[in-house]
Design a protein around this ligand. Structure first.
Ligand code: 6PG
Length: 477
């Protein structure tokens, strides 16, 4: 039997993807560095479909029909290069290597270029949805050549999640590293969503005085409205969970130090390079870093907080409604920033990414899946050249309706000393974008003063410099 697809790297994501292909009727060759894992997969799940267990790289490659489709599911970075070096010499022109890990898109671009010389299609593919998604339907973000998508697309469409309207959550995102770039931004948005939800929780607890299980109920209610999303749903689950050992709320026994594997950080690093203000995503990454500085936090614990007169009585239920508004408005801003970064990446690398299609494939399967994404899809489908999500009438109107409450929430947070870096950064971004004038004019004046860096005028073309140390007359630069 020849297999239509092969998966090498059978840790949980690889194993579940292989099972997903098999359950969808494909014959799947499976391979792993340690053969025991390959055998375990076939023993445990062989009944789910048709697997071909391969012990060696040669056997694996020989088991695949041509052109070969070889999925690698190993750790990003060097392990991925090592696997490519092992398999590439065994492949022939037209074969495809699909990297389904969380690779950095720059690595994907390099690998794609190197393998193209050999006639091999390297398809860097974002896969989101965790273990469960890999098995039952992830959101899939393939890059690589259009030819490779012709061959792979139908299979990926079959194993992918389906949105509520039945559309498969996969599209050819664009050439070379486009898929991994979009997956990176997906994760940046994931960080921002999680941070905003965390701030909402903290406010409901510390300002409104709700307990974790009450907050779980509030999130459950929100999940029936416009915030309907996977992350809100699991937040309610986590908040209502009680620790068996102590009987305390689970959130109170977990160390409050958030870890990260790097994709959120990449989103911010690349945004800095591209000059895209992703302040909300950046605050989410920094909030995780801050949480991890145990010594710094311990050393700062005695710092003064708000005095008693700052601690207002709040109407808890009314405040909760306001937090919902603030969360929703901030969420619009994070997605605005994330989609801006995708636009900038697409322009920089000539990827021609369809933003509506990206929103569409994030509607199901992935970690940030949400009802909200269908509205983003609609916004870009109506106006593909939308300068920003904030320029969409519907989103603009929603923010207009939410903004007073959003501001009130931040006033309360500030008065009571509850940190809200995500909510605050989002509001600052919104207010800065709509401002008639920014203090950037003053920055330009300062730069011209100390470094003769010149400035442009609002009323005339050209670059100018003021002779600050002299008679302060203006010269054309
Ligand atoms: C997904 C997730 C997945 C993974 C993240 C977690 O889309 O399925 O984003 O890729 O869970 O890498 O990231 P951190 O460990 O950095 O929080």
């Amino acid at each position: 039997t020849s297999a239509q697809i092969g998966v090498t790297g059978l840790a949980v994501m690889g194993r579940n993807l292989a099972r997903n292909f098999a359950r969808n009727g494909y014959t799947v060759a499976v391979h792993n560095r340690t053969v025991a894992k390959t055998n375990a997969l076939v023993e445990e799940f062989g009944h789910e479909g048709s697997f071909v267990a391969a012990e060696t790289a040669k056997e694996f490659v020989a088991a695949l029909e041509r052109p070969r489709r070889l999925v690698i599911m190993v750790k990003a970075g060097e392990p991925t290069d090592a696997v490519i070096q092992e398999f590439a010499p065994l492949l022939e022109p037209g074969d495809m290597i699909i990297d389904g890990g969380n690779a950095h898109f720059a690595d994907t671009r390099r690998r794609e270029r190197e393998l193209r010389g050999q006639g091999i299609h390297f398809v860097g593919t974002g896969v989101s949805g965790g273990e469960e998604g890999a098995l039952n339907g992830p959101s899939i973000m393939p890059g690589g050549s259009p030819e490779s998508y012709e061959s792979l697309g139908p299979m990926l469409e079959k194993i992918s999640a389906k949105a509520a309207d039945g559309a498969p959550c996969v599209t050819h995102v664009g050439p070379d590293g486009a898929g991994h770039f979009v997956k990176m931004v997906h994760n940046g948005i994931e960080y921002a969503d999680m941070q905003l939800i965390g701030e909402a929780y903290q406010l409901l607890r510390d300002v409104a005085g709700y307990s974790p299980s009450q907050i779980a109920d509030i999130f459950r209610t929100w999940n029936t409205g416009r915030l309907d999303s996977y992350l809100i749903e699991i937040t309610a689950e986590v908040l209502s969970h009680v620790d068996a050992a102590t009987g305390k709320p689970f959130v109170d026994v977990v160390e409050d130090r958030a870890e990260q594997k790097g994709t959120g950080r990449w989103t911010v690093q690349i945004a800095l390079d591209l000059g895209v203000p992703v302040s909300g995503i950046a605050e989410a990454v920094f909030a995780r870093s801050l949480s991890g500085h145990a010594d710094l936090r311990a050393a700062s614990r005695g710092l003064a907080g708000p005095t008693a007169q700052q601690l207002d009585e709040v109407d808890a239920a009314a405040f909760a409604d306001r937090v919902e508004q603030a969360l929703y408005a901030s969420k619009i801003v994070s997605y605005t920033q994330g989609f801006h970064e995708i636009t900038a990446g697409s322009d920089e690398y000539d990827w021609n990414i369809d933003l509506g299609a990206v929103a569409s494939i994030w509607r199901g399967g992935c970690i940030i899946r949400a009802a909200f994404l269908d509205r983003i899809r609609a916004a870009y489908d109506t106006r593909p050249d939308l300068p920003s999500l904030l320029s969409d009438d519907t989103f603009a109107q929603e923010i207009a309706a939410a903004q007073d409450d959003w501001r009130e929430v931040l006033v309360a947070a500030t008065r009571q000393g509850v940190p809200t870096p995500g909510f605050s950064a989002a509001l600052a971004y919104y207010d800065a974008l709509r401002a008639e004038r920014l203090p950037a004019a003053l920055t330009q004046g300062q730069r011209d003063f100390f470094g003769a860096h010149t400035y442009r005028r609002t009323d005339r073309e050209g670059s100018f410099h003021t002779l600050w140390g002299d008679d302060r007359s203006e010269v054309e630069a």
